[in-house]
Every structure is written in structure tokens, then in C-alpha cells.
Write a protein that binds this ligand. Sequence first.
Ligand code: FES
Ligand code: FES
Length: 202
Amino acid sequence: MSNKIKIRVDGRMREVTSPPDTPLLYVLTDELAVQGPRFGCGLAQCGSCSVLVDSSEIRSCVTPLSAVAAKSVTTLEGLPAWYAKQEKLAKAPALHPVQQAIIDEQAAQCGYCYNGMIIQAADLLSKNHQPSEAQIREAMNGHLCRCGTYPRMIKAIQRAAGVMQAARIDERNATGAPEVAQAAGEIETADVRLPQSSGMTR
Ligand code: FES
Ligand code: FES
């Protein structure tokens, strides 16, 4: 009897042979050679291993393979295509807007946390197109950055939200649909101080 399990990873159906209780992180990195998710704590505490499962962020270090059988897993590598599908774009960009915004804001340092940061931010912006700063902080809480890039990460997410919203406005104008409310330049970026109780404070 075959003990292969099928999972869809970045749009591609894959058969894997790892035991069903193997953490998804190990299946992705060791069996499928996916390079986005990283091992940090192994305890669902840091967020460096995050992926999207059916478009919601999960910690792959504590998620058994059996839990994602027949589900759709999106890693950092598949994020631009996932974004294009979400936004109904004709073509996937080279980078998700959050990735581009991190470059534009010069937010990255060692980059170890950025897989999880980007996955979580993409999840947030797919569900809340215009998050407040407080909503960004709340969503990103639990993603730890040893380099302390939180203020620039918040700015990058705000920039990405603005870029995505402007693109939607352009699309709606092109198709004659009513405009949505807020354009890129109107996203607040001024106050990026960090709350003391948040994972975004470390
Ligand atoms: S390695 Fe999974 S949350 Fe830290
Ligand atoms: S940039 Fe180094 S851990 Fe976040």
C-alpha cells in the first residue's frame, strides 16, 4: 500500500513520502527543497516558518503533514502568483507588493524573520485592504525579529497597502467600476512607535 500523501504547494500538486506526523516545515524544506520557510524556534513562537494554508497563515513547524493533505500550501516562492490570483491579475508580478515595499523601505537586515513577516503581512492585506497601524501591529504580533526591524516593517506594510489599493483604484477606473475610498498617498505612516507588550517590540 502506498503511504504517499498529496499536498498542493505553490500551485503544484506534490506527492510526499514523509510520515503523516512529520512537521510540514520539514516536508517543505527537506523533501521538497522549498527555501522560504525557516526553522527558528520549532514551538510556534517566532513565525519564521510561516506559510499560507488555504490562504491563512500557519506555523509549519507545529503543523503535521496530515493536517494539510489535499490542502493548498503557499510559501514565499509562490506568493506573487498567489497574490495575482487573489487580485485577479492577468500576470503575477516578480514580487508580492510587501516584498517590494521591504526593498523600497530598506527594511531588511539579516532577513531571517522575513519569510514569516512577509507571509503574515500578505495574509493581513488580503483580508484587510486598509489596516490601521494598530491592526498591523496586532497582526504582526508573534513574528519576532532579532534585528529589531519592526518600525521599518510597519512602514513597508503601510507602503504595500497603499500600492495595492492604488492598483485596485486603477483597475476599477479602467473598468468603470466605482472608486474605492483611499489612495496610496493617504495611508498614514507617521507614528511607528512600538507597544511595550507586543512581539513587535523586541
Ligand atoms: S520555527 Fe515555527 S514558529 Fe518558530
Ligand atoms: S531582519 Fe534579522 S531577524 Fe529580522
